[in-house]
Design a protein around this ligand. Structure first.
Ligand SMILES: [Mg+2]
Length: 254
């Protein structure tokens, strides 16, 4: 096993499952901290602010500061700032996404936006979809925070951001630009924030289509952990390859 300087770590299914923490994961993060490794908590969920994510992690026992959290909302906001010079934006999304986009100097508007950004929005309506479609037909670019089709919850799998983005893409016939895992954009910004090179960084996650594919797409080594959505049987039948696999993070030597 190679030694890595930097770690990009998924949250749900990797550090906790819903409202249940994974004890081996807490011990693992404490080992990273003791060894003075750099790490970021990397999540596709755009609904929460970094301070809310850090607070939730601390409640589970993880050492976490807001600046150690990187979300698809922050990556989307950074893209709007760096690549599109903080445009006028119509946002379908929750507080985490809206706040990040505003903090990137963009103006939120329902009047002739240059970009439509779509993330998870549990108040999604036909009215919002109608507005987004008309703006895109008038020339606005469609950007999706993350492609997750479904969200695991206590009552089952609920529609995720990817489902809402797909609805608007279908309505307009436009292909969205996706920012979150497994796309390279979020990884590029996360590595910048971490101050680590792709060769010296390890992505840890439970999801083949997001976490592990993100590593494959950006030439970063990956550690698949069987504590979440993927079972060893599923991995055996998948075309996506992880660099390493473990049943628990306690097996990983830093
Ligand atoms: Mg996960």
């Amino acid at each position: 096993m190679k030694k890595y300087e930097g770690y990009l770590i998924d949250l749900d299914g990797t550090l906790y499952r819903g409202s249940e923490m994974i004890p081996d994961a807490v011990e693992f993060i404490k080992r990273l901290q003791q060894a003075e490794r750099r790490y970021l908590y990397l999540t596709n969920n755009s609904s929460r602010l970094p301070e809310q994510v850090a607070e939730r992690l601390r409640a589970f026992g993880f050492p976490a500061k807001p600046e150690q959290v990187y979300t698809s909302a922050l990556a989307t906001a950074n893209y709007l700032k760096e690549e599109l010079s903080s445009p006028y934006v119509y946002v379908i999304g929750e507080e985490g996404l809206k706040r990040a986009i505003e903090e990137a100097g963009c103006t939120l508007t329902e009047n002739n936006p240059e970009v439509v950004v779509v993330g998870i929005d549990r108040q999604f309506t036909y009215e919002k979809m109608k507005k987004a479609s008309l703006f895109i037909r008038q020339g606005a670019q469609l950007i999706g925070s993350n492609p997750d089709k479904a969200l695991p919850t206590e009552i089952g799998l609920l529609p995720g951001a990817g489902s809402l983005i797909a609805a608007i893409a279908t309505a307009t016939g436009v292909k969205p630009l996706i920012i979150g895992k497994p796309e390279p954009i979020i990884l590029r910004y996360a590595l910048e924030k971490l101050g680590s090179s792709p060769e010296n960084t390890l992505i840890i996650g439970d999801n083949l289509e997001t976490d592990i594919l993100a590593g494959v797409n950006s030439q970063i080594d990956t550690l698949l952990v069987y504590s979440g959505v993927t079972t060893p049987e599923m991995y055996e039948h998948s075309s996506i390859s992880a660099t390493y696999q473990v049943a628990s993070l306690s097996e990983w030597t830093i």
